[in-house]
Design a protein around this ligand. Structure first.
Ligand code: FMN
Length: 176
Protein backbone atom coordinates (compact mmCIF):
# COMPACT_ATOMS: atom_id res chain seq x y z
CA UNK A 1 0.00 0.00 0.00
CA UNK A 2 1.21 3.49 -0.74
CA UNK A 3 2.85 4.92 2.42
CA UNK A 4 0.63 8.00 2.82
CA UNK A 5 -2.49 5.84 2.52
CA UNK A 6 -1.06 3.24 4.90
CA UNK A 7 -0.40 5.83 7.58
CA UNK A 8 -3.70 7.66 7.14
CA UNK A 9 -5.90 4.53 7.08
CA UNK A 10 -4.28 2.66 9.98
CA UNK A 11 -6.66 2.78 12.93
CA UNK A 12 -6.95 1.09 16.30
CA UNK A 13 -9.67 -1.43 15.54
CA UNK A 14 -11.84 -2.96 18.27
CA UNK A 15 -13.81 -5.58 16.30
CA UNK A 16 -12.30 -8.55 14.43
CA UNK A 17 -13.64 -11.28 12.17
CA UNK A 18 -10.53 -13.48 12.31
CA UNK A 19 -6.85 -13.54 13.21
CA UNK A 20 -3.82 -13.59 10.93
CA UNK A 21 -2.22 -16.59 9.25
CA UNK A 22 1.01 -18.04 10.64
CA UNK A 23 2.93 -16.93 7.54
CA UNK A 24 1.63 -13.39 7.79
CA UNK A 25 2.36 -13.19 11.54
CA UNK A 26 5.91 -14.27 10.75
CA UNK A 27 6.19 -11.65 7.97
CA UNK A 28 4.83 -8.96 10.32
CA UNK A 29 7.39 -9.83 13.03
CA UNK A 30 10.16 -9.89 10.42
CA UNK A 31 9.18 -6.44 9.16
CA UNK A 32 9.22 -5.13 12.75
CA UNK A 33 12.84 -6.32 13.01
CA UNK A 34 13.73 -3.73 10.36
CA UNK A 35 13.09 -0.91 12.85
CA UNK A 36 16.17 1.01 13.94
CA UNK A 37 17.56 0.20 17.38
CA UNK A 38 20.30 1.51 19.68
CA UNK A 39 23.61 0.17 18.25
CA UNK A 40 21.50 -2.39 16.40
CA UNK A 41 20.99 -4.23 19.68
CA UNK A 42 17.51 -5.50 18.68
CA UNK A 43 16.28 -6.07 22.20
CA UNK A 44 12.60 -6.27 21.15
CA UNK A 45 10.95 -9.67 21.57
CA UNK A 46 7.59 -11.00 20.29
CA UNK A 47 5.44 -13.74 21.81
CA UNK A 48 2.89 -14.67 19.17
CA UNK A 49 -0.39 -16.22 20.31
CA UNK A 50 -2.11 -17.88 17.36
CA UNK A 51 -3.68 -21.20 18.33
CA UNK A 52 -7.35 -21.00 19.42
CA UNK A 53 -6.75 -22.74 22.78
CA UNK A 54 -3.89 -20.44 23.79
CA UNK A 55 -5.72 -17.35 22.59
CA UNK A 56 -8.91 -18.22 24.43
CA UNK A 57 -7.26 -18.95 27.74
CA UNK A 58 -4.86 -15.98 27.70
CA UNK A 59 -7.38 -13.46 26.44
CA UNK A 60 -9.60 -14.41 29.36
CA UNK A 61 -6.83 -14.49 31.94
CA UNK A 62 -4.70 -11.54 30.92
CA UNK A 63 -6.96 -8.87 29.43
CA UNK A 64 -9.54 -6.66 31.13
CA UNK A 65 -13.10 -7.17 29.79
CA UNK A 66 -13.05 -4.23 27.36
CA UNK A 67 -9.78 -5.31 25.72
CA UNK A 68 -10.94 -8.95 25.76
CA UNK A 69 -14.03 -7.95 23.79
CA UNK A 70 -12.15 -5.58 21.47
CA UNK A 71 -9.58 -8.22 20.52
CA UNK A 72 -11.95 -11.21 20.22
CA UNK A 73 -11.14 -13.39 17.16
CA UNK A 74 -7.78 -11.65 16.58
CA UNK A 75 -4.30 -13.09 17.06
CA UNK A 76 -2.23 -11.47 19.83
CA UNK A 77 1.42 -10.44 19.84
CA UNK A 78 2.93 -9.71 23.24
CA UNK A 79 5.97 -7.44 22.90
CA UNK A 80 8.79 -7.13 25.42
CA UNK A 81 12.37 -5.89 25.45
CA UNK A 82 15.49 -7.23 27.14
CA UNK A 83 16.38 -4.80 29.93
CA UNK A 84 19.82 -3.43 30.83
CA UNK A 85 21.32 -3.39 27.32
CA UNK A 86 20.02 -0.46 25.34
CA UNK A 87 21.00 2.75 27.14
CA UNK A 88 23.63 0.95 29.23
CA UNK A 89 27.44 1.04 28.93
CA UNK A 90 29.90 -1.85 29.00
CA UNK A 91 30.11 -1.39 32.79
CA UNK A 92 26.38 -2.19 33.02
CA UNK A 93 25.59 1.36 34.17
CA UNK A 94 22.99 3.59 32.46
CA UNK A 95 24.68 6.03 30.10
CA UNK A 96 22.24 8.82 30.99
CA UNK A 97 19.07 9.62 32.89
CA UNK A 98 16.89 7.67 30.45
CA UNK A 99 18.16 4.18 31.34
CA UNK A 100 15.73 1.46 30.26
CA UNK A 101 13.59 4.20 28.73
CA UNK A 102 15.81 3.74 25.65
CA UNK A 103 14.71 0.10 25.46
CA UNK A 104 11.10 1.22 25.59
CA UNK A 105 11.88 3.75 22.85
CA UNK A 106 13.32 1.01 20.63
CA UNK A 107 10.35 -1.25 21.33
CA UNK A 108 7.97 1.58 20.40
CA UNK A 109 9.71 1.91 17.05
CA UNK A 110 9.57 -1.86 16.60
CA UNK A 111 5.86 -1.92 17.40
CA UNK A 112 5.18 1.00 15.04
CA UNK A 113 6.79 -0.96 12.21
CA UNK A 114 4.80 -4.01 13.29
CA UNK A 115 1.38 -2.35 13.09
CA UNK A 116 2.19 -0.67 9.77
CA UNK A 117 3.47 -3.95 8.29
CA UNK A 118 0.25 -5.63 9.46
CA UNK A 119 -1.82 -2.91 7.77
CA UNK A 120 0.18 -3.36 4.58
CA UNK A 121 -0.80 -7.06 4.60
CA UNK A 122 -4.48 -6.17 5.01
CA UNK A 123 -4.75 -6.59 8.79
CA UNK A 124 -5.89 -4.18 11.46
CA UNK A 125 -4.35 -3.89 14.89
CA UNK A 126 -4.98 -2.72 18.45
CA UNK A 127 -2.14 -1.91 20.82
CA UNK A 128 -3.30 -2.71 24.36
CA UNK A 129 -1.50 -1.22 27.32
CA UNK A 130 -4.10 -2.53 29.76
CA UNK A 131 -3.05 -6.15 30.43
CA UNK A 132 -2.07 -8.41 33.32
CA UNK A 133 1.72 -8.62 33.16
CA UNK A 134 2.14 -11.30 35.83
CA UNK A 135 -0.31 -13.71 34.15
CA UNK A 136 1.34 -13.26 30.74
CA UNK A 137 4.82 -13.61 32.21
CA UNK A 138 3.93 -16.87 33.93
CA UNK A 139 1.92 -18.47 31.11
CA UNK A 140 4.38 -17.49 28.35
CA UNK A 141 7.47 -18.13 30.47
CA UNK A 142 8.80 -14.62 29.86
CA UNK A 143 12.10 -14.19 31.74
CA UNK A 144 12.49 -11.53 34.44
CA UNK A 145 15.15 -9.69 32.40
CA UNK A 146 12.48 -8.79 29.84
CA UNK A 147 10.05 -5.91 30.42
CA UNK A 148 6.62 -6.75 29.08
CA UNK A 149 5.11 -3.66 27.46
CA UNK A 150 2.23 -4.27 25.10
CA UNK A 151 -0.25 -6.78 23.75
CA UNK A 152 -1.15 -6.15 20.10
CA UNK A 153 -4.25 -7.63 18.47
CA UNK A 154 -3.79 -8.45 14.77
CA UNK A 155 -6.67 -9.56 12.58
CA UNK A 156 -9.07 -9.02 9.72
CA UNK A 157 -11.88 -6.57 10.29
CA UNK A 158 -14.67 -5.04 8.29
CA UNK A 159 -14.95 -2.15 10.71
CA UNK A 160 -13.61 1.27 9.75
CA UNK A 161 -13.51 3.40 12.89
CA UNK A 162 -13.55 7.18 12.60
CA UNK A 163 -10.17 8.87 12.85
CA UNK A 164 -9.68 10.28 16.34
CA UNK A 165 -8.78 13.93 15.86
CA UNK A 166 -5.14 14.99 16.13
CA UNK A 167 -4.03 18.18 17.86
CA UNK A 168 -3.23 21.18 15.70
CA UNK A 169 0.42 21.07 14.62
CA UNK A 170 1.24 24.38 16.32
CA UNK A 171 0.31 22.79 19.66
CA UNK A 172 2.82 19.95 19.32
CA UNK A 173 5.57 21.18 16.98
CA UNK A 174 7.90 24.16 17.23
CA UNK A 175 9.95 25.31 14.26
CA UNK A 176 13.13 27.32 14.83
C1 FMN B 1 0.78 2.50 24.31
C2 FMN B 1 -0.67 2.41 23.89
C3 FMN B 1 -1.57 1.77 24.71
C4 FMN B 1 -2.92 1.64 24.31
N1 FMN B 1 -3.77 0.91 25.09
C5 FMN B 1 -5.04 0.69 24.66
C6 FMN B 1 -5.91 -0.18 25.39
O1 FMN B 1 -5.54 -0.79 26.40
N2 FMN B 1 -7.17 -0.35 24.90
C7 FMN B 1 -7.62 0.26 23.76
O2 FMN B 1 -8.77 0.05 23.38
N3 FMN B 1 -6.80 1.10 23.05
C8 FMN B 1 -5.52 1.30 23.45
N4 FMN B 1 -4.67 2.09 22.70
C9 FMN B 1 -5.14 2.67 21.42
C10 FMN B 1 -5.31 4.21 21.49
O3 FMN B 1 -6.47 4.50 22.22
C11 FMN B 1 -5.37 4.75 20.06
O4 FMN B 1 -4.12 4.54 19.42
C12 FMN B 1 -5.69 6.25 20.00
O5 FMN B 1 -6.99 6.50 20.48
C13 FMN B 1 -5.58 6.82 18.58
O6 FMN B 1 -6.42 6.09 17.68
P1 FMN B 1 -5.83 5.44 16.34
O7 FMN B 1 -4.81 4.41 16.77
O8 FMN B 1 -7.00 4.83 15.65
O9 FMN B 1 -5.19 6.51 15.55
C14 FMN B 1 -3.34 2.22 23.08
C15 FMN B 1 -2.40 2.85 22.26
C16 FMN B 1 -1.09 2.93 22.63
C17 FMN B 1 -0.08 3.57 21.68
Amino acid sequence: MEFKKLVSTRRSVRSYLSGASHEDLEAICKAAQQAPSWMNQQTARCYVLETPEVLESLRDAALPPFNRGSSANAALIVTTFVKGIVGFGPDGQPVDDIGNGWGIYDLGLHDAYLILAAKDLGYDTLIMGMRDVSVLREKLDIPENEELISVIAVGRSDTVPPTPPRKPLDETVKFF
